[in-house]
Design a binder for this molecule. Structure first.
Ligand SMILES: [Zn+2]
Length: 337
């Protein structure tokens, strides 16, 4: 085989080292300035050149040999042991019919991916991302919302404390996910409660004012704890950035944390949680209220009042599923024992 030229990357730095390579006696030889490698063919892999791009020969220790000499790379591919699973892909790429069919399949897969894949990927990612990342996204979202949508609560400190203590007391009696409760005044969010990644639950003054019984507030908090438990706000943030970025987030690009945090406030404000997420949080709340001996009707009462008052902003109600449908399961006598 004739010699061909390329660039060697050492897998440590991004510097390209010009080299000459050839196969001799069943081994790949690479030589350059201060470089002399002899590698068995079964230790190397070949990524097929797609279109006119350069081909990449994968070498042990994360080193790579890049070359634009496609003829030489084709010869190298022939010389490699037949385990090369990518050979069929090259054959497919070379045929237009297959390429067009593949394009059609790609479009369909992309469509299906956006429709079903993004929520599924977000759900999966939400449960695989390390917990520390949740908290970080939550902190950044909160910092942003403190600037644009929250003002300090006007509720007396004693009132805030009393509500926080009631929740804490219930959470000593039954398992609650880790949470942090905050009270804020927010004309933007109206009478509302929202959950941020990492377990921060924010209750607005207007919601507290709307409630006619503290147990109604606890019922809403139970619903928010359902969102905490199922990591819904992280899922919402992930869905907002789409499938590609989810992948980046999962593979650990920390820069995307800021994107996630930045997008969350408007997602919470504009689209809110999906119907399924609200149902999950409702189911959690119903079980929680029964365990806490709080009549589930309290939740239905507050939701009904919110519904009358709602001005189209997605609230903890969401605009869906319908309030009627949602409050049905709560309009029962509790099965407190
Ligand atoms: Zn909700």
């Amino acid at each position: 085989m004739t010699r061909f030229s390329g660039d060697l990357f050492d897998g440590v730095t991004s510097r390209a080292h010009p080299v000459t390579a050839w196969i001799e006696a069943g081994r790949l030889h690479i030589e350059g300035d201060g470089i002399a490698l002899t590698l068995p063919l079964d230790a190397i892999g070949l990524a097929p050149p797609v279109g006119a791009a350069r081909g990449v020969v994968h070498l042990p220790d994360a080193r790579e040999l890049h070359s634009t000499d496609l003829a030489a790379l084709a010869a190298l591919a022939q010389a490699l042991p037949s385990r090369d699973p990518e050979r069929w892909a090259r054959r497919l790429e070379s045929r237009l019919g297959y390429a067009l069919a593949a394009l059609l399949v790609s479009v369909l897969v992309m469509f299906a991916g956006l429709r079903w894949g993004v929520p599924a990927a977000a759900q999966l990612a939400a449960h695989t991302l390390p917990a520390g990342l949740d908290s970080r996204i939550g902190r950044e979202s909160l910092a942003l919302m403190e600037k644009i949508s929250f003002q300090p609560s006007a509720l007396p400190a004693a009132r805030q404390q009393a509500l926080a203590q009631q929740l804490a007391a219930r959470c000593r009696q039954q398992a609650c996910p880790p949470y942090r409760l905050l009270f804020r005044h927010s004309p933007m969010f109206g009478a509302n409660a929202l959950t941020l990644p990492g377990g921060t639950v924010v209750v607005t003054d207007a919601l507290v004012d709307l409630a006619q019984h503290d147990e109604e507030i606890l019922a809403v908090l139970a619903h928010e704890l359902g969102h905490v438990q199922h990591r819904h706000s992280l899922r919402l943030a992930l869905q907002g950035i789409g499938a590609g970025a989810i992948l980046v987030a999962v593979t650990g690009d920390i820069g995307s944390v800021t994107d996630l945090a930045a997008g969350l406030p408007s997602l919470l404000l504009q689209s809110g949680y999906s119907r399924d997420m609200e149902r999950e949080a409702d189911a959690y709340a119903l079980a929680w209220l029964n365990a806490a001996c709080i009549p589930p009707q309290r939740f239905a009462d507050l939701l009904g009042r919110l519904d009358k008052k709602s001005s189209g902003t997605p609230s903890l109600l969401g605009s869906h599923p319908g309030t009627q449908e949602r409050t049905g399961p709560f309009q029962v006598a509790g099965d407190c024992t």
